[in-house]
Design a protein around this ligand. Structure first.
Ligand SMILES: [Zn+2]
Length: 349
């Protein structure tokens, strides 16, 4: 067992599977876009934009962010910039959400959103040292009709750029009407995931994996409430994309990371990956999250390297790409260890 220092784990190569472009946007950029698009910006200093203490305040700020995004160029800019920021946090591959439900209501078509987002992914792949694919999240409160429309739109796009469909926003809504959208997504060959068991019950997780064909679950905070479901998730190796600090700051379901069930989930054998959720709005990225769990759970360096590798196992990249990522990560682990005067790994992983 090797002690994991905060600086070391921040520099580990990472995969991130739960991050929203809107929540990853830079406050300074949102101020410029708000001004350009005639949207009232609620604070003088952009550094003050992302201050919130609960979900309602978070959603108010989220509304300002979305209202400021109107053209394909706007979406290109926030997508590209948040991938630049991801590289800084050590992310080598990311599967990232975009949630057009809010801007659609403001009159921006999903095709405009996607034109900007997809071009930014292509540009970032070429310019930056990062791989990326997108997941379209439909807006749960907008209902089953919106969900089906989004599944059909996503199904018609290039699968190498738009790999999956998910769902987010308020969880305490009737989920049954989403069955048709998930069925359509499956027919189109899209991967499926859903925000579930974040501030809602574990029943939503059960619905996702038993009825909607979800291959991953976003958050899954309440999973351990249902031991039978937990056993099934472990048995079927269905990954969770866990965001402990987001659960403290946004959902307010635990007082601190040390009280989060993440460590217990991993101990039981759940493939629980580590992610940031909304790094821009939280001012807390996935490197911060790696440092936070080391502090909260006393994880060893070996455990942190395993968490990093679990991100590769849980991602939806093609097998050859996953194998290349794994080799690269293992080489980087040893380079990092050597730079800190530590022995190489013992073929673990
Ligand atoms: Zn999320």
């Amino acid at each position: 067992m090797t002690v994991a220092t905060e600086e070391h784990v921040r520099r580990l190569p990472k995969v991130e599977l739960h991050c929203h472009i809107e929540g990853a946007s830079r406050a300074g950029t949102i101020k410029e876009l708000a001004q350009a698009n005639g949207v009232t910006f609620p604070v003088d200093d952009p550094a003050d934009l992302y201050h919130f203490t609960d979900l309602n305040q978070f959603l108010d700020i989220y509304a300002v962010v979305c209202a400021s995004l109107q053209t394909a160029d706007d979406f290109h800019r926030i997508t590209y910039e948040c991938l630049e920021d991801a590289v800084e946090a050590g992310v080598r591959y990311r599967e990232m959400f975009f949630s057009p439900g809010f801007v659609i209501k403001l009159g921006v078509p999903v095709s405009t959103v996607w034109a900007g987002v997809s071009a930014a992914v292509i540009d970032a792949r070429a310019d930056l040292d990062i791989g990326c694919r997108m997941i379209l999240d439909f807006d749960k409160p907008s209902g089953g009709g919106h969900a089906l429309e989004m599944a059909d739109f996503a199904g018609a796009q290039d699968r190498d750029l738009l790999i999956g469909m998910g769902a987010d926003s308020v969880e305490r809504v009737d989920h049954r009407p989403f069955a048709a959208a998930y069925e359509s997504a499956g027919r189109h060959g899209l991967k499926r995931t859903m925000h579930a068991g974040e501030d809602g019950p574990s029943d939503n997780i059960a619905l996702a994996v038993r009825e909607f064909g979800c291959e991953r679950v976003d958050h899954g905070f309440r999973l351990l409430d249902d031991p039978e479901l937990t056993a099934e998730i472990i048995d079927r190796r269905i990954p969770l994309t866990v965001c402990p600090t987001s659960n403290v700051m946004i959902a307010n379901v635990v007082p601190d990371v040390a009280s989060h069930p993440y460590a217990r989930q991993r101990e039981l054998g759940v493939l629980a990956t580590l992610n940031s959720d909304d790094p821009g709005m939280m001012r807390f990225d996935v490197a911060d999250e790696y440092a936070a769990v080391v502090g909260a759970f006393d994880y060893s360096l070996e455990e942190m390297e395993q968490i990093s590798l679990d991100g590769i196992t849980a991602c939806w990249a093609p097998d050859d790409e996953k194998a290349a990522l794994r080799s690269r990560f293992e080489a980087e682990f040893d380079q990092l260890r050597s730079s800190y005067g530590l022995p190489a790994r013992n073929g673990a992983g």
